[in-house]
Write a protein that binds this ligand. Sequence first.
Ligand SMILES: [Zn+2]
Length: 416
Amino acid sequence: MKNLTKLSDRVEYLKADLIKLASLLIKTGSENPPGDTSKVAIVIEDYLKSIGLGSRLIEPMKGHVNVMTSIGSGDYGLILCGHVDTVPIGDLSKWSFDPFSGEIMGGYILGRGATDMKGGVASIITAINALIEYEKILNEKIVVALFCDEETGGHYGARWIIQNQLIKGKAMIIGEPSNYHRSGHVIIAGERGVLWSRLKFDGFSHHGSRPMLGDNAIMHAVKALSKLKSPIISKVRTPYEAVKLVRWGKKVLTKEYEDRKSLKPQYALDHYTLNIGVIKGGVKANVVADSCEVEIDLRIPIGGSKEEAEKIIRSLTKEGKVEYFNYAPPSFTPLGSNIIKVLRKVSRSVFKENTPVICIAATTDAHYFRSALKIPVVSYGPGYEDLCHVYDERVDVNDLLGCAKVYAETAMLISS
Ligand SMILES: [Zn+2]
């Protein structure tokens, strides 16, 4: 415990360094597309060198660079992971400051990637920096994996590193933002799956003045879609080991959207939900449409299955053709995992918040890490998920500092 207090003081002492690093990472743009992370990787390599740590830059494709490092010796233990690419800045005129300024104002660091997730990367690196003094008492290696290409599917990032077996460990914390405005910090330990489908309807054209002589494909699509009365589809039975994750997740969502209670956002966690994202068909108002396509995003709750999801889609139409083009299974790490216990305890003591362990409605890369590495995986990091990918992106400096403490203390407790 004495070490933990000292470790926390050490992180506090590194506050100015942490701010400088987060700011420098933001200044060093790495928009994806195009996804060039070579410059930001060098910033990290230089920083690690300055604190006496070597690193490995892995570049599966020109410009797409991943950075890995570790401290300690023995088996590979905890992996702290993040990504160094960001989404593009978009329309510059919509920012009220320079997205690459990395400026510090009113306790916030400003710019593209502040929340998603250069801030989190700076917290991870600061935690490692603070742990260097304690390297000798660590029984396992603590691994840092900072990937490229996260924002466009992870092709040359996480997926490539895992496929080439360049990463090992016993548990993983992904430093993505995991704050809620009304519940504070949470640990994300489960998520829904996803199945995207394309429904294709055929008909044949005729002059729009005699539509009865044609066969309108849009009308076929309308008939199929008219079966949907709500985006909330059927409920599932949550498996026993995930019941608490779902229950706590529902509580957090209910609180977060308490002013829109009647829309039942919490149903997203134990129901299939469906969004019609795209509809296209026809060429002109006076031509009977001979084709129509609809793209649907169906989310699969924990306890649901791909088979059931396909059944839901198939039930919309007998005549239309269905293509599936994106699938991820629901996944979770059980509440009893040691990493969750330790992380929660530390987070509660650092932030003085309840820190519920929840599942979320969205789908992230965590399922991929869970199935490929077969280890417990959770997300926990500074910033609010709903402030990712937005104009005027920013992150609270105290949140970065708190998360750096949580990472450092958790790593110490897990590994010593
Ligand atoms: Zn992210």
